[in-house]
Design a protein around this ligand. Structure first.
Ligand SMILES: Cc1cc2nc3c(=O)[nH]c(=O)nc-3n(C[C@H](O)[C@H](O)[C@H](O)COP(=O)(O)OP(=O)(O)OC[C@H]3O[C@@H](n4cnc5c(N)ncnc54)[C@H](O)[C@@H]3O)c2cc1C
Length: 73
């Protein structure tokens, strides 16, 4: 779409907000499955949970992405 000269900011903002929230839902379910071990530092699932959090915060928080998408309607 970019190479076709299209403005992709709205689509990208919507996609980033969706995937950032979705990965958090998925990883939280996985962490819950692991019980107490899912909370312990040094486990893969704890690291995955922390890494997932930043996807809905860094480089534009979900709320900011939704704002960017809404502005372009
Ligand atoms: C590990 C890490 C690495 C980073 N690396 C980089 C990097 O390499 N380069 C770089 O440029 N930045 C980097 N950052 C910064 C990152 O991009 C910002 O943390 C991110 O954009 C969120 O901004 P903020 O922390 O100022 O939070 P804020 O924007 O202050 O957000 C705090 C809260 O307020 C909400 N909020 C903010 N604005 C609105 C609004 N308009 N409407 C509703 N709610 C709103 C947010 O959704 C969030 O819940 C990094 C951050 C971390 C944690």
């Amino acid at each position: 779409m970019v190479t076709q000269g299209r403005d992709v900011v709205q689509d990208v903002s919507m996609l980033k907000s969706l995937t950032g929230e979705l990965v958090n839902e998925v990883v939280q379910a996985c962490q819950q499955f692991h019980g107490g071990m899912g909370y312990m530092r040094g486990t893969a699932i704890e690291r995955l949970w922390r890494d997932a959090r930043i996807l809905a915060i860094g480089g534009g928080a979900t709320e900011v992405m939704l704002d960017e998408a809404a502005k372009r309607y």
